[in-house]
Design a protein around this ligand. Structure first.
Ligand SMILES: [Zn+2]
Length: 267
């Protein structure tokens, strides 16, 4: 069955060797590019070789238009802002995707089909084998931000160690992608006062925790059982990327919200 997945360059064949790449229903390629709701759910076809099944494409919600963003102003001073959610009553939520170790080929067509903004907090060590993968996501609307070089626990570390990890990752991402990050996520969501001071010193405006986490297609809530306006949702580049991303989209849609770009909400 995998022979059908052998795309030019063998990109999708690599997927076949991984554990669960999300698209587990390969079939005859669909003619043309179907709209997300144009094909019946469960049809065993793929989207022109993208590796996404029509059933997966049909799970992409239709969101209302995004409102004009009303950014929050980061508190003045020598420390970066720190947020688990953006304080807003606008009907928006924010999708963030961390690390970069597992790079499923379906992420690009999924992002293109969903047509929603996302923020990627990338770890240098996780992406350096294939930085071009994220260039393609960037071209589909993702914005790349910093998440350290080697993903250490920062809390309690010296100023020098934190500066190397935080400024160093921003420097390298600027070189790789031609844009210097303005936002930061500490590994494990752990930080101390030194972290926020160094993030500011390295030229970034804010650092982020989250309100929801996502794994194996399930969204888990820190508080309550629904996404609230301004919430920041966390997921990772993992083998279940497609299921995780679809679960995040559905959770936001179920709450009557629409995905917005985190960078647009930090002044
Ligand atoms: Zn991480």
């Amino acid at each position: 069955m995998w022979s059908r997945l052998r795309a030019p360059g063998g990109v999708l064949l690599v997927c076949a060797m991984l554990v669960g790449c999300g698209g587990k229903q390969p079939g005859a390629p669909a003619a043309g590019r179907p709209g997300a709701s144009a094909m019946p759910s469960g049809t065993l076809t793929t989207d022109g070789g993208s590796g996404l099944s029509a059933a997966q494409l049909a799970r992409i919600p239709h969101f209302p238009a995004r409102p004009a963003p009303k950014p929050v102003t980061v508190p003045a001073g020598s420390s970066a802002g720190w947020y688990s959610a953006i304080p807003t009553d606008q009907p928006v939520a924010f999708i963030t995707i961390d690390d970069g170790w597992t790079r499923v080929p379906q992420a690009l067509p999924l992002l293109q089909a969903a047509h929603v903004p996302v923020t990627l907090f990338l770890e240098i060590n996780a992406i350096k084998a294939d930085p071009g993968y994220f260039t393609r996501l960037e071209q589909a609307g993702a914005v790349i931000e910093a998440h350290t070089i080697s993903h250490p626990e920062l809390k309690g570390k010296s100023y020098a160690v934190q500066k190397h990890e935080i400024c160093g990752s921003a420097d390298q991402l600027a070189t790789l992608y031609g844009r210097r990050p303005v936002l930061f996520r500490p590994p494990f969501g752990d930080k101390d006062a030194t972290t926020l001071s160094v993030v500011h010193e390295c030229g970034m405006k804010a650092a982020f925790f989250w309100r929801e986490t996502t794994d194996k297609g399930i969204v888990r809530y820190q508080t309550g059982q629904t996404v609230k306006p301004g919430d920041i949702l966390l997921m990772h580049f993992r083998p279940a990327f497609v299921d995780d991303f679809l679960a995040v989209l559905q959770a936001i849609a179920n709450a009557g919200l629409t995905p917005a770009l985190l960078e647009d909400y930090i002044a």
